[in-house]
Design a protein around this ligand. Structure first.
Ligand SMILES: [Zn+2]
Length: 109
């Protein structure tokens, strides 16, 4: 279960940085191409925070859209995930964004 491992690592990271703090909210950024399902992560977050300083904390998730640039024609576009194909028909594209998976900030009580 991918999302549970991520939720646990978020809890570990926050408790290491802010030992003993009562966390009320965690802000996460999860790119559209990260492969993480936000709803699933919310559910796992509640499980992973049980008995920790993050218990009862809210999870705010922002999901930046994916951005790609075509190596053939140079166009930048938002791919229709999971099909990463330029409108010109080329599949030779570089992913510029959307793979983010990071903690933006936390709110302490
Ligand atoms: Zn193109």
């Amino acid at each position: 279960m991918h999302e549970l491992a991520i939720a646990e690592s978020v809890v570990d990271t926050v408790t290491q940085r802010l030992p003993g703090a009562a966390i009320t909210c965690v802000y996460l950024e999860i790119g559209a191409l990260s492969g993480v399902v936000a709803d699933s992560l919310r559910f796992c977050f509640d499980l992973a925070t049980e008995g920790t300083g993050l218990e009862g904390a809210r999870l705010e998730i922002t999901e930046p859209p994916a951005r790609c640039r075509c190596r053939s024609c140079g166009a930048e576009f938002e791919p229709d995930f999971p099909i990463v194909l330029c409108p010109c028909g080329s599949a030779d594209v570089a992913v510029l964004g959307g793979e983010e998976l990071k903690i933006l900030s936390v709110q302490v009580a």
